[in-house]
Every structure is written in structure tokens, then in C-alpha cells.
Design a protein around this ligand. Structure first.
Ligand SMILES: C[S@@+](CC[C@H](N)C(=O)[O-])C[C@H]1O[C@@H](n2cnc3c(N)ncnc32)[C@H](O)[C@@H]1O
Length: 363
């Protein structure tokens, strides 16, 4: 049992079963023992993201952000908020590219790298110190309250937000709580702990068939509504793996989509080693669209990572892929890495891109 496991077991022994969302939030974000609260020396052992494949991912995103800036008629300050910035790798790729290749845009950008984990913020600061000292970058734990014009974007943030677990029974929707019995964590099926769970499914017009297990990302719903409130004019760009609701809750997902990752091995043993393994659930993009509308976010585009990156790179035949002075062998390697990002059997079709827009309220 991990130290966090002991703490959670004690809490359940004293006060009774807890929601899976509470359990997952502690496993990932407990200030001391949470999986994401620890320094990132462990990275690549458990997972890697598109950011780690090749800087082309950040470079193409930079081009997209510059397009948005043009579309908003070049505001003097364009606030680029990266939510869940981790150790700042993507920020570095975007900054380095803008500085050299998109200087006008670079001069307008104020980059806000938002990261919940203090240790990751420290690691990001070390990486991005030059830009921070130049006053171009801030690294808070929360998204700024007011963003006059800009874009809030994230890569693999939403799949790391806590979810509730439910199952449909003959008596209606039930919740799967986390209990403690005979020295181990166990599923406890009980009445739902909040009516927000019923609302989550009914608002989307989803009626789960009997015996279907599913996750409800209430935290993601709150997150997108809040983000929509904070941005006055601009865009929200979300890159993650998942589906729209119709697919997420279809007969191929009767067991839900929650998974645990450790050492690149995937399992459904969610209760193993609390704090030492990653827990993720597929993103419900319909929920992001529906709850985004509550604060004025309208969907502009929903597409695969393949289509999104191809549209950005094809105009200059992916010239941004190469660095000055590279050998032929290095260029071949870069092309293979690009393939990983866009190939349908690589990350290209597994990851989806949702672009939402907030148009300024008329005065
Ligand atoms: C799967 S990692 C992805 C990191 C990075 N975006 C990448 O693509 O490599 C998710 C990151 O989001 C952070 N995070 C989770 N919830 C957050 C929140 N509400 N606000 C800011 N950061 C958050 C975690 O601490 C973690 O560093």
C-alpha cells in the first residue's frame, strides 16, 4: 500500500465510501503524494504525449494561434493560455518558433502557462526562465479571471480531470463509489451522490442501457463553462483523445473508458498503488460543447488530429519540420516523427481537436 493509499483507506474507514471522482482527484493531485504533484523524472516511463514526439506539434499550433490573432484583427495583446502546461515543453516549442518565425505575433503574445502542480511549475520555470524574465510569460496555478482577447488551449488535460463512475441498473442510474473492505479498496454500488449525475446524461439526451458502465466528467463540464466565462473574445482549443457522446456511450463502450497506466502498461486495476499510477478517461466532446455553450462558446470545428495538423502543415509542405543545418538522416527521422503524429494508426485518429469560439458580447 502506498502512503496515499493509507490516507484514503483511513478516510473511508472513518467516514464511509467516497466518490470515484474524489478518489481519482487525490490519486492524481494530492499535494504531496499525487501522481502529477511529484517531479516529472518519471515521465516517459508511464506515458508520452504529442508534445514529446517532435517540436512540429508546437510549431503548427503556433501557426494556428497566429491565424487566430489575425482573425481577431491583431489585438495589441493576445493572451495565450496553456492549461495543464506540465513542465513547459510545449510552451518552449511555441515560444522558440514564434520568436524566430512569427516575430509580429510573438510581440503581441502574453503566454500564461497554467499548471496545478507546484513541482511541475518549478520545472517549467527553469525551462522558460528567459521568457519569464522578459515579462512574456506567467506561470500561475489557475487560469486568469479575465482574458480580453486570446486563446485558451490544452493538450491532454481534460482526460486527466476527475470523473464519477456510474452504472445503469434496473432501478435506474447508480453510482460506483470507492469503499474499503477486508484490507482493500472495493467498488460500492449506491444511489447517486449528486443529481448533477442525472443531469449530465439527460442534458445530452443519453439513456444508458442496463448494465452499461460509464464515466461522468462533471469536473470537465465545470471547467469548460468557467473557461468560457473568463475569455471575453477569442478561442478555446482542446486536443485530447475521446469521442462525441453518441460514440462514447455506444455498445462498444459498455465497460466505460477509464484506464490506469503504469510503465506504459495499461490496466483496469484503478485501485492499485494510489498516487503511483496515472488514471484517465476518454473525453466526452459533446459535454464540452454543451457546457461550453452555457458561457457563450460556440463550436467552430471538431476534427481529428490528422486533419487538423495536415491543414496547418500542407501549405508549406511541412517546412517547419526541419531545423537549420540538419543532416539528411535527421530529416528522415523528423519525417517519421511527423508520421506518428498524423498517421491514422498512430496518434492522428486517436486524438481529436475541438475548436470553440467566444464572440464578444455587444454593448
Ligand atoms: C497528462 S498531463 C499533460 C501535460 C502537457 N499538456 C502535455 O501534453 O505534455 C496533464 C497536466 O495537467 C495538469 N492539470 C490537471 N488539472 C489541472 C488544472 N485544473 N489546472 C491546471 N493544470 C492541471 C496536471 O498537473 C498535468 O501536468
Amino acid at each position: 500500500m502506498t502512503p496515499l493509499g493509507e490516507l484514503l483507506a483511513e478516510r473511508i474507514r472513518r467516514y464511509g465510501p467516497i466518490s470515484f471522482a474524489d478518489f481519482m482527484r487525490e490519486c492524481l493531485y494530492h499535494p504531496v503524494h499525487g501522481y502529477y504533484s511529484k517531479c516529472e523524472s518519471q515521465r516517459f516511463v508511464d506515458y508520452y504525449t504529442s508534445v514529446d514526439v517532435h517540436p512540429i506539434f508546437g510549431r503548427l499550433l503556433a501557426r494556428k494561434f497566429a491565424e487566430m490573432w489575425e482573425q481577431l484583427e491583431r489585438p495589441k495583446e493576445f493572451v495565450l493560455v496553456e492549461a495543464g502546461a506540465g513542465v513547459g515543453r510545449l510552451a518552449q516549442h511555441i515560444f522558440d518558433f514564434c520568436e524566430v518565425r512569427l516575430p509580429d505575433f510573438y510581440n503581441a503574445v502574453r503566454y500564461v502557462a497554467v499548471e496545478r502542480s507546484a513541482s511541475r511549475r518549478e520545472q517549467a520555470f527553469a525551462r522558460l526562465e528567459r521568457h519569464a524574465r522578459a515579462g512574456r510569460l506567467q506561470m500561475p496555478a489557475e487560469i486568469p479571471f479575465q482574458i480580453p482577447a486570446g486563446c485558451i488551449f490544452s493538450n491532454e488535460l481534460i482526460d486527466a480531470l476527475a470523473v464519477h463512475r456510474v452504472v445503469m441498473s434496473e432501478r435506474g442510474l447508480q453510482e460506483i463509489l470507492v469503499g474499503w473492505e477486508h484490507g482493500r479498496f472495493v467498488d460500492v454500488v449506491a444511489s447517486v451522490s449528486t443529481c448533477a449525475l442525472n443531469e449530465y446524461f439527460s442534458t445530452q439526451g443519453v439513456r444508458l442501457p442496463e448494465d452499461q458502465h460509464a464515466e461522468a466528467g462533471l469536473e470537465a463540464c465545470d471547467w469548460i463553462t468557467e473557461v468560457g466565462r473568463r475569455i471575453e473574445r477569442g478561442f478555446v482549443l482542446t486536443i485530447d483523445y475521446g469521442h462525441r457522446g453518441a460514440e462514447l456511450f455506444d455498445e462498444r463502450h459498455m465497460g466505460g473508458t477509464l484506464l490506469a497506466y503504469r510503465g506504459h502498461r495499461v490496466s483496469e486495476d484503478f485501485y492499485a498503488s494510489p498516487g503511483d499510477q496515472d488514471l484517465t478517461a476518454h473525453v466526452n466532446f459533446t459535454a464540452l460543447e454543451t457546457w461550453g455553450q452555457r458561457s457563450g462558446l460556440e463550436t467552430v470545428e471538431f476534427t481529428s488530429q490528422t486533419a487538423f495538423l495536415l491543414a496547418l502543415g500542407q501549405s508549406n509542405e511541412f517546412a517547419d519540420l526541419y531545423d537549420h543545418g540538419q543532416t539528411e538522416a535527421e530529416q528522415v527521422r523528423a519525417r517519421l516523427q511527423l508520421k506518428t503524429l498524423i498517421h491514422p494508426e498512430g496518434m492522428g485518429e486517436r486524438f481529436q481537436v475541438l475548436l470553440q469560439q467566444k464572440v464578444a458580447a455587444e454593448v
